[in-house]
Design a protein around this ligand. Structure first.
Ligand code: AMP
Ligand code: MG
Length: 432
């Protein structure tokens, strides 16, 4: 294939660019028909989802890159120090007038005088995480610690790279007695793979290891990639049961990187919802989860970053309560080599970064793991197959940013999304 693929044209993003952002600022207060209450209101579209054909598959050219992620962790944390939310994924605006405004809103909405905001930024699951909690100070501080500890604990089970994690042990050929959370996540990953026709494939680990995006300074050879294909089917994961011994088939290795942060967000949000906090905003890299409301009683505001823009240049703002938002894109983790960009998401069929017409996909769902896994899968599929998938699934909404500078939001977001023009030159639309 020639040099005009979307992957090959992605040279405008500077290495310093970060992921999509979320901005929390004073809310103007609109109504949110589809997200009132604590439950996602399913749309009336059909629910039955069949395995999908791999219609978006194409042969991929040889790829190259230059490794620039060696100092990723320190860069992310340094960046997080500036915006407390991690490199643009979530950029809470510390407005000078915030204190005055908060006092006024407290009076207006009748919040307890004891209510306060507690926040923390930390590194977990190979990304910057941040948590903001609104409520009783003592309770919020305790929950902050519990949530951070839970994230670390789940990482210790689900990381591919941490020695002795459940996934590391399985990948090493050991038999592992599965805990309830891990068994459930493996089964969900298998179901997502079937549902997305293999665009999401948790047995992608050998390819992820081979590409080693973030460390390698050149791409693997065609021969090395071809030797790993086809990937083993992840269907066997559906057999995972809590409390039962489990092992992987010969030659099979797992990578839950496309879904683990979303499931960690699910688990942390369960903890937070059990409390009497007014609200919370959790960021785990590209995963943002909101619980309840902001201090002023309004929905949380989550801004989606322009893939080509600088920090703070956003393309859309979502106003949500009690939902998970996951973004996958080509500009968070990648390899630039000889003028070509290769992103960290791989097409499990070709073994190469996908030849997609998308720059980023954001999925909004009541299930964090589903949002996370689908954003990865839809990025692989490309725009039209993703829209067909969305129409059929009926249980999530999405925002797509395309290589030809279109921003396409699904109609279910109409009441809670506003567009903004980022670095400029974008066209915006809602789709049905
Ligand atoms: P995300 O950033 O959530 O889109 O997830 C990307 C991560 O998921 C990568 O860093 C890999 O660990 C893993 N991954 C890459 N491609 C795929 C794929 N097609 N299916 C499942 N997991 C993938
Ligand atoms: Mg994902």
């Amino acid at each position: 294939m020639g040099g005009s693929t979307p992957a090959r044209r992605r040279n405008r993003t500077e290495p310093g660019n970060k992921g999509p952002g979320a901005v929390c600022a004073a809310c103007t207060g609109s109504t949110h028909r589809r997200w009132q209450g604590r439950k996602w209101k399913k749309s009336l579209r059909g629910r039955g989802v069949q395995p999908r054909p791999l219609a978006w598959r194409k042969e991929q050219p040889h790829l190259q890159k230059n490794g620039q992620n060696e100092e990723r962790k320190s860069r992310l944390l340094a960046c997080a120090k500036q915006n407390r939310a991690g490199c643009g994924r979530l950029l809470p605006l510390r407005l000078a007038a915030a204190a005055v405004l908060a006092a006024a809103l407290l009076a207006l909405f009748g919040c307890s005088a004891k209510e306060t905001e507690v926040s923390e930024t930390f590194f977990v699951m190979d990304t910057v995480a941040s948590l903001r909690l609104i409520g009783d100070k003592e309770q919020a501080e305790s929950l902050l610690e519990q949530a951070a500890a839970l994230a670390q604990e789940l990482e210790a089970r689900w990381s591919r790279t941490l020695p002795d994690s459940s996934i590391d042990r399985l990948n090493a050929g050991e038999t592992v007695v599965l805990d309830q959370e891990t068994a459930a996540l493996l089964a969900q990953a298998a179901a997502l793979s079937v549902e997305t026709g293999g665009a999401f494939t948790p047995t992608v680990s050998p390819l992820v290891e081979l590409w080693n995006i973030g460390e390698a300074d050149s791409p693997p050879s065609r021969e090395e990639i071809a030797a790993l294909l086809p990937l083993p089917s992840p269907d066997f994961l559906a057999q995972a049961r809590a409390g039962q011994p489990f092992s992987l088939p010969e030659g099979c290795r797992l990578d839950l990187g496309g879904v683990a942060k979303g499931e960690a967000a699910n688990r942390i949000c369960v903890l937070l919802r059990e409390s009497s906090l007014r609200g919370a905003l959790l960021v785990l890299g590209g995963q943002v989860s909101c619980v309840g409301t902001r201090a002023d009683g309004e929905p949380w505001r989550i801004a989606l970053r322009d893939p080509d823009g600088q920090q703070g240049e956003t393309l859309a703002e979502l106003r949500l309560t009690d939902l998970h938002i996951a973004t996958s894109g080509d500009y968070e983790r990648y390899l630039d080599f000889e003028g070509v960009r290769y992103c960290h998401i791989l097409d499990p069929e070709t073994g190469w970064p996908p030849e997609t017409d998308l720059r980023s996909v954001t999925v909004v769902s009541s299930d964090g793991a589903r949002a996370d896994g689908l954003s990865t899968a839809l990025f692989v599929m490309g725009l039209e197959p993703s829209l067909a998938f969305w129409r059929e699934a009926g249980d999530f909404e999405a925002v797509f940013v395309t290589s030809d500078r279109r921003v396409i939001a699904t109609e279910g977001l109409a009441d809670c999304l506003s567009f903004s023009n980022g670095a400029g030159g974008y066209r915006f639309e809602f789709t049905a």
